[in-house]
Design a protein around this ligand. Sequence first.
Ligand SMILES: Nc1nc2c(ncn2[C@@H]2O[C@H](COP(=O)(O)OP(=O)(O)OP(=O)(O)O)[C@@H](O)[C@H]2O)c(=O)[nH]1
Ligand SMILES: [Mg+2]
Length: 621
Amino acid sequence: MIIVVDMAMEQRVKKNGQINQTSDAADASGLLGILDRVFNVFEKLGEGFWGKQKRLKELRERLVEERFHLAVLGQFKRGKSTLLNAFLGEPFLPTSVVPLTSIPTLLYGGSKRCVRISFQDGRSSEFSDLSSEQASEILSNYATEERNPANKLGVAKVEVEHPSSSLSRGVVMIDTPGIGSTLLHNTEATLNFLPHCDAALFVVSADPPITEVEVEFLKAVRGKVIRLFFVMNKIDYLTEAEKNSAVGYLRKVVREQAGFNGQEPIFCVSARAALQAKLKGTPALWQESGMAQLQASLLDFLAAEKTRTLQLALARKALDVLADAVMRIRLQCHSLRLPLDDLEKRIQIFDAKVREVERERIIVGDLLTGDRKRVTGFLEKQAEELRQKARNHLQEIVTNALEITEEVKAIERSAHDRLAEEIPVFFEGELRSFSNAVELRIQETLRSYQDRADDLIEIVRRSAAELFDVSYHAPDSSGAFARTYEPYWVTHNWDAFIGSIPEGLKDRFLPAGIRQRQIRNRLSKDIEALVVHNVENIRWATLQNLDQSFRRFASELDERLKDTMEATRGAIESAYLRRQQRAETVEPEIDRLKALEGQLDGAERMLVKFVASINKEAISQ
Ligand SMILES: Nc1nc2c(ncn2[C@@H]2O[C@H](COP(=O)(O)OP(=O)(O)OP(=O)(O)O)[C@@H](O)[C@H]2O)c(=O)[nH]1
Ligand SMILES: [Mg+2]
């Protein structure tokens, strides 16, 4: 089953409306301040700048929305939930001596304690303004193995808002179910979640030493999470000497068996002591628990790396919006000064150019539709190849399983078991290469359109600049259409259900050859159904991505063209109308526009400085 769980996040952003308080990392570096300043100038400029204001608002929202996912991963019972509770400062997430957390739980910063449960069938329940105990109780009911065994309630995701300052840097901390217990669905839930993690704390415990299961898990995590922090928990069990040898052993294993370079810092903590420190308000104990050091490293990391790339991209986009706005003001001022008949003539020439661009836009739209069909065809071909690959692979598994034992019921059962084990592993691996291949094709296709789209916008701007003697300022940033492909946030419960094994009484009296054939036939039918169903899951999600990418591209192109028209044709038109209808207001209007242009110039200088400082910071690191 595939569930799109990103909606809840979108709603959160919408619900919060403007920038909320959790964005202080971005705030500190000043970008939000500059955007605010520009936003206010646009407000004063009035109706003609509403489009710009909207674009700026989107940039601001993205700055906040692009939250950083920091997951806590590890084998069951290593103390992941306890560690998060230490950060939160209260026993908020349920913990236990038996495998417990069963649903990934996302912790956001907020002013109150709220819990939102999203179900696999699309329903959701929200509980707001809770006490710590009430929130804990709700989490126990929905996100633990004890009260929601094998996720009988069909929970897809749990989101929590908490007022802890640890969550105040736009960071979303995530408690994940422990891997490697006998509860396979918990391992699967966490593996499904890995693609959504930006960085992770990998929690092992001092005792027992790192296990084979953890090493295998580490290998899986390595390729998916850009930054890993190793945390050795429960050091309260150890003496200093034991701790040192445990760290040495862990370092050796992660280097020799999991492919790390062995230089990664390992943070030794006692989550239990840290939680006590927070509850009692004893900073010395917090320091002693090792958490102070871990927290400081996390903060450094978040401050340095998290927002930098995003801020750079957004600052560049904001510079484009500014350049457009300044151009609009200049066009408007110039049009206000031109003799009327001259202005009318120039408007006619410009309109002819605009019509040409509009015709071209329609052609680009048609070509895009054609290419979208071609990429869809590629996707279908990939899906057919995957079906074939899956059939062959699963048939091979069955053949091998049938060779192991001769006993009629046992062989069929063991083949079923092998299939059930193999299906999540196989499809999880294939999902990535399938979706990467399609993503690559989409990107290649859209890249050529990006240039055409830039050209169209450039034609309109340049014509306006030339016709109305305004200095032309080409946009600084390329890639205005970047970020067209945003993979669906999907969780997969791979279908590994196989029809029940027939009683076998009849089979027992059949000759061995026929008996084998019958078993094979039954298994082949099962395999076909499983292949069709699971490939369909992948195909459907990828098709949604594809459709969305093309749709987003087309609508961004329209939007950018509309913006450009507004900045050019709109500016000239509004000047023309004023000249005709309110000639006496022309001079004061020019003064007003010039003053606001000066403010935008100031903001532009700040943005350029901001971009330079980020670039410098990146080079010096
Ligand atoms: N001694 C000691 N015990 C700890 C520490 N941290 C956690 N524990 C205990 O370890 C047990 C498991 O803790 P949890 O936080 O539930 O572990 P988990 O990794 O979230 O477990 P799952 O959700 O099942 O994966 C609990 O009994 C905790 O009290 C620690 O630093 N020291
Ligand atoms: Mg837990």
